[in-house]
Write a protein that binds this ligand. Structure first.
Ligand code: ZN
Length: 61
């Protein structure tokens, strides 16, 4: 996956997570529902991947 693709995937996951959270009372109460759990997991995975990329880039001279 290219840097751009990774960032876009991260933004999409963020958007999906925000959209779901906005319409789901259970998830707003920190009780992820069966729909929200995978969306949240995806967002965290994408966020981790992106943060890892930034961290790696900062190590470059
Ligand atoms: Zn939910």
């Amino acid at each position: 996956m290219s840097r751009d693709e990774e960032f876009i995937a991260y933004m999409r996951a963020f958007e999906a997570s925000t959209t779901h959270l906005g319409s789901c009372a259970a998830c707003q109460n920190d009780q992820p529902c069966t729909d929200g759990a995978p969306i949240d997991a995806e967002f965290i995975a994408r966020q981790d991947a992106w943060n890892e990329r930034i961290r790696t880039e900062r190590k470059q001279p």
